[in-house]
Design a protein around this ligand. Structure first.
Ligand SMILES: O=C(O)C1=C[C@@H](OP(=O)(O)O)[C@@H](O)[C@H](O)C1
Ligand SMILES: C=C(OP(=O)(O)O)C(=O)O
Length: 434
C-alpha cells in the first residue's frame, strides 16, 4: 500500500503507545513464571505477537482481553514435564530482531529441536554471537545463509560467557533471561564497549520486577545466580519513548502535539530524544497533564551519538535536516543492520524531498536546509521507523509526498496512521498491487 500525504500541521493530543521493548520483556518474564500474570497497556504490534507466539510454543498460555494480556506461565502449566510428540517446534519471528535474539537462548531450556523462521531482512541480521557460544558448548545448530531458517537443539550450560557489546545488546538480554534458570551460576563478560545500555537496564528492571536478581558491574560483567524462579505478577507497560520521538520532533518542526502517558523517570535510553532536541533549541513543558514543546529559537545543528539510542536516529535526522548548520550523526553503524539499512534509507529518502545528507560508514553528515519541498515519491524501505519519519517530514513539506509501503508501521505502532489522522494529518491510501 502507498499513501499520499498533503502537507498539514499536526495539532492535538495523543496517548503515546506502550513501549514495545518493555512489552517483549514483560511477555517473556510472565511466560517463564510460575503463575498467572496480567500485563496491561499492551499493544498487539507484529513484533509483540511474534514474541507471544514464541512463548506459547514453549507451553505458556495467553488470553487477550481488551488491552490486558493474561499469561499463565510455563512453570505453572506443567508443560515442562510434558513429553512433546512433535519432532520440531516452529517459531516464526516475523521481522522482529528482539524476538529472535531473546528467544533463541530461551529455547535451549526446552527439549527437542527449535526451528526459527522470519521475513524481510531478519535473516541477514547478525547471530554469530550465539553461533560462537553453540560451537563452544557443543549445541547442535544449522542455518541458511541470507534467509532466516535456523535450527537449534541442545541445552546451554551455566558458566562463563564472553560476549561483544557492540553488535547488539539483544544477545546479552537473551542470555540474561535464560541463565538464571540454569542449574549453576554464570557470569557474562562484555569484551568491548557496551552499546544500547538502556536496553540492558530495561531487561534488568523487568527481571527484577519478576523476581530475578542479577548483579551488574558497570555493564562489563554480569553475575547471574542459577536456580532462580520467575514470579508471576500484574504489570503495566509504560509509554514508548522511541515512538514519542516522532511527535517530539514534530513539535520541533512547529507542530503542536501534547503527548500523554510518558514516564519522565523512565529507564528507556530513547528518553535521550528530549536532551538532544533541547540542545538543538527546543523547550519542553507540561500542558493538560501531558508533555509538549516548541522551538525557543531557530533549531541549530549538534553532534548526535547513536551508540546508546539507535532507534531515534532516523527521526532526529529529520530535525537536523531542518536545523541551521551541519549536524554530525556519529557511532551509528549499527543502524545498517536493522529492518533496513537506516543510514542509507534516511539519506536517500530525505534527499529526494530536498534535504542535504551525506552517508558515512557509521554516521551521517547533515547540512541543514531552510525547508523541504516534497513533491516526490519516497519509500519506507519496509521499515516502520523510516515510514513514520517520512510521515512527520510531510508536515513541513511545501507539496504532497507519496510514501510507498507505509503500512509497515504495524511492526511497532499499529495505530500510527489512526493517531496521525486524529492529529489532523491528511492522507489517502492506495493499493500499489504488492
Ligand atoms: O532490546 C531491545 O528491545 C532493543 C535493542 C536495540 O537493539 P540493539 O541493541 O541491537 O541496538 C534496539 O535497536 C531495538 O529496537 C530494541
Ligand atoms: C530494530 C528494531 O527492532 P528489532 O531489533 O526488535 O527488530 C526497531 O524496533 O527499530
Amino acid at each position: 500500500m502507498d499513501c499520499l500525504i498533503d502537507p498539514k500541521k499536526l495539532n492535538g493530543e495523543v496517548k503515546v503507545p506502550p513501549s514495545k521493548s518493555i512489552a517483549h520483556r514483560a511477555v517473556i518474564c510472565a511466560a517463564l513464571s510460575d503463575g498467572i500474570s496480567r500485563i496491561s497497556n499492551i499493544d498487539y504490534s507484529d513484533d509483540i505477537l511474534a514474541t507471544m507466539e514464541a512463548m506459547k510454543s514453549f507451553g505458556a498460555k495467553m488470553t487477550k482481553n481488551e488491552d490486558v494480556l493474561e499469561v499463565v506461565g510455563i512453570y505453572a502449566t506443567g508443560q515442562l514435564d510434558r513429553k512433546r510428540n512433535i519432532d520440531e517446534v516452529l517459531i516464526d519471528c516475523n521481522e522482529s530482531g528482539s524476538t529472535l535474539r531473546f528467544v533463541v537462548p530461551i529455547s535451549t531450556l526446552f527439549p527437542g529441536e527449535h526451528r526459527f523462521i522470519g521475513r524481510g531482512k531478519l535473516g541477514q541480521r547478525p547471530l554469530h554471537t550465539y553461533y560462537n557460544i553453540f560451537d563452544e558448548q557443543g549445541i547442535q545448530y544449522s542455518y541458511k545463509e541470507g534467509e532466516l531458517d535456523l535450527r537449534v537443539e541442545g541445552k546451554l550450560k551455566s558458566g562463563l560467557y564472553e560476549v561483544t557489546g557492540n553488535v547488539s545488546s539483544q544477545f546479552i538480554s537473551g542470555l540474561l533471561f535464560t541463565l538464571p534458570l540454569l542449574d549453576g551460576d554464570s557470569k557474562i563478560v562484555i569484551t568491548t564497549e557496551m552499546e544500547s545500555k538502556g536496553y540492558i537496564d530495561l531487561t534488568l528492571s523487568a527481571l527484577k520486577d519478576f523476581g530475578i536478581h542479577i548483579i551488574n558491574h558497570n555493564y562489563q560483567e554480569f553475575f547471574i545466580k542459577g536456580n532462580q524462579k520467575y514470579k508471576a505478577r500484574d504489570y503495566r507497560v509504560e509509554a514508548d519513548f522511541s515512538q514519542a520521538a516522532f511527535f517530539l520532533v514534530a513539535n520541533a518542526l512547529n507542530n503542536e502535539v501534547v503527548l500523554h502517558d510518558l514516564n519522565l523517570d523512565s529507564l528507556q535510553g530513547d528518553k535521550e530524544v528530549i536532551h538532544i532536541l533541547e540542545r538543538m533549541g527546543m523547550k519542553f513543558y507540561q500542558e493538560n497533564g501531558g508533555l509538549t514543546g516548541k522551538p525557543e529559537k531557530e533549531l541549530t545543528a549538534t553532534v548526535i551519538d547513536g551508540s546508546q539510542c539507535p532507534d531515534i536516529i532516523p527521526v532526529l535526522s529529520l530535525a537536523a535536516a531542518l536545523s541551521k548548520g551541519t549536524t554530525k550523526v556519529i557511532n551509528a553503524g549499527r543502524l545498517r543492520i536493522k529492518e533496513s539499512d537506516r543510514l542509507h534509507a534516511i539519506a536517500t529518502e530525505l534527499n529526494k524531498i530536498g534535504a542535504k545528507i551525506i552517508e558515512k560508514e557509521d554516521g551521517l553528515i547533515i547540512e541543514g536546509v531552510p525547508s523541504l519541498y516534497g513533491g516526490s515519491a519516497v519509500w519506507s524501505h519496509n521499515d516502520h521507523r523510516i515510514a513514520m519519519t517520512l510521515a512527520i517530514a510531510s508536515t513541513v513539506c511545501k507539496t504532497s509526498i507519496l510514501i510507498e509501503d507505509h503500512e509497515c508501521v504495524s511492526k511497532s505502532y499499529p495505530n500510527f496512521w489512526r493517531d496521525f489522522k486524529v492529529l489532523g494529518g491528511r492522507f489517502f491510501e492506495r493499493d500499489n498491487g504488492k
